[in-house]
Design a protein around this ligand. Structure first.
Ligand SMILES: C[S@@+](CC[C@H](N)C(=O)[O-])C[C@H]1O[C@@H](n2cnc3c(N)ncnc32)[C@H](O)[C@@H]1O
Length: 292
C-alpha cells in the first residue's frame, strides 16, 4: 500500500541531505538509463527523480537536442538535484515539484521515454503507469526498476526486528517484486512489456551505515512513531547488531540485492498502409529505441 503524499514528501525531505551518500543509488539509476540507451534528441520524463541521478545520466545520453523533465514531490530532493545539475553543467533538464502520478500541465504524448528509478514502490502503481501511458508518444518506452521481493536483505531484517516491538511492516517490493508482476502491471496500464533484466546491485559496507536512518525515516515505516524513545533505542541496537551478524555470515547476500529492470512500450496505432502486427510484442512504426 502506498503512503500519503505528505508522509512521503516529509520522509524524503528528511533523507535529502544524506541520500547521495548511499553509493548504490547512483549505480542503480545509471544502470536503468544504460539499459535503455536514450538516443540523441528525445524527450524524457524522469518520474520521482529524487536527487536527479537518472535525469542527469539521461540528459547526457540524449544531448543538447534532447530534453529531460525531472518530477519529484520532495522539495528537499529537488534542491539536491538542482545543485548536481548545475555542477554537471547541464542545461537540458527542467525540474518540477509535482505528484508524478498526476501531471495535467503536460499534454498527451509529450515524451518519448519515461524513466522511474527506484520510485514506483512509493506510488500507486496503476495510477502512475496510466498517467505515463498518457504522456508517452505512441511507440514510446517506459523503463522502471524495482527490488525483487524480499530484497534488500537488510530491509527484511529490519522488518523481522520490528516484529519484536509489535510492528507488522510490509515489504514494499511485493507488488512489483517479480518479472511477471512487472509485466502484469504494465499490461494493465495498456503498455506492452518487453524483456526485463534481472541483476544485482552492489551495496558498499559504507551504505550499511545509513541503513538504520533510511529505514527508520522510510515512508513505509511510519508505524515506528508509535514506539517510545526507549523502544526505538533498543530496536536500533538490535537491528545494528543483527546487521553486523549477517554481514559476517552472509556478506554476499546482504551486499548484492536482486533487482529487476522492467520495460514496456506504448503500442503505436496501426495505420491504413501498415496493418496491425499479429505479434503484439513486435514494435511498430519508427523506433527510437532500437534494442527493444
Ligand atoms: C528512492 S527515491 C528514488 C530517487 C531517484 N529516482 C533515484 O534513482 O535515486 C524515491 C523518490 O520518489 C519520490 N516520490 C515519492 N512519491 C512521489 C510522488 N507521488 N510523486 C513524485 N515523486 C515522488 C520521493 O520524493 C523520492 O525522491
Amino acid at each position: 500500500m502506498t503512503k500519503s503524499r505528505d508522509t512521503t514528501e516529509a520522509a524524503f525531505n528528511k533523507r535529502a541531505a544524506s541520500y547521495d551518500s548511499n553509493s548504490w543509488h547512483i549505480g542503480y539509476a545509471r544502470r536503468l538509463v544504460e539499459l535503455v540507451a536514450p538516443t540523441p534528441g528525445i524527450r524524457i520524463l524522469d518520474a520521482a527523480t529524487g536527487t536527479g541521478f537518472a535525469a542527469i545520466a539521461a540528459a547526457r545520453a540524449t544531448g543538447p537536442a534532447g530534453r529531460v523533465v525531472g518530477v519529484d514531490i520532495s522539495a528537499g530532493m529537488l534542491d539536491r538535484a538542482r545543485q548536481s545539475i548545475t555542477a554537471a553543467g547541464l542545461t537540458n533538464i527542467d525540474l518540477v515539484q509535482a505528484d508524478a502520478t498526476s501531471l495535467p500541465h503536460f499534454a498527451d504524448a509529450s515524451f518519448d521515454l519515461v524513466l522511474c528509478s527506484a520510485g514506483l514502490l512509493y506510488l500507486p502503481v496503476q495510477a502512475a503507469l496510466r498517467e505515463w501511458h498518457r504522456l508517452l508518444a505512441p511507440g514510446g518506452l517506459i523503463a522502471f526498476s524495482t527490488m525483487r521481493e524480499g530484497f534488500p536483505v537488510g530491509a527484511r531484517l529490519f522488518r523481522e526486528q520490528a516484529r519484536r516491538y509489535g510492528l507488522d511492516l510490509t515489504d514494499p517490493a511485493t507488488p512489483l517484486g517479480t518479472e511477471s508482476r512487472c509485466a502484469h502491471a504494465l499490461r494493465e496500464a495498456g503498455i506492452t512489456p518487453t524483456a526485463p533484466v534481472a541483476e544485482t546491485v552492489q551495496f558498499s559496507r559504507g551504505d550499511l551505515e545509513h541503513a538504520w536512518e533510511a529505514h527508520v525515516h522510510g515512508p513505509h515505516h511510519d508505524a515506528i512513531a508509535t514506539l517510545v524513545p526507549e523502544q526505538v533505542q533498543a530496536f536500533q541496537h538490535d537491528y545494528t547488531s543483527a546487521l553486523a551478524d549477517l554481514l559476517r555470515d552472509d556478506e554476499d547476500r546482504l551486499l548484492n540485492p536482486e533487482v529487476i529492470y522492467a520495460f514496456g512500450r506504448k503500442p503505436s496505432p496501426p495505420t491504413a498502409a501498415e496493418p496491425a502486427p499479429t505479434d503484439p510484442t513486435e514494435p511498430t512504426g519508427a523506433d527510437p529505441f532500437q534494442q527493444f
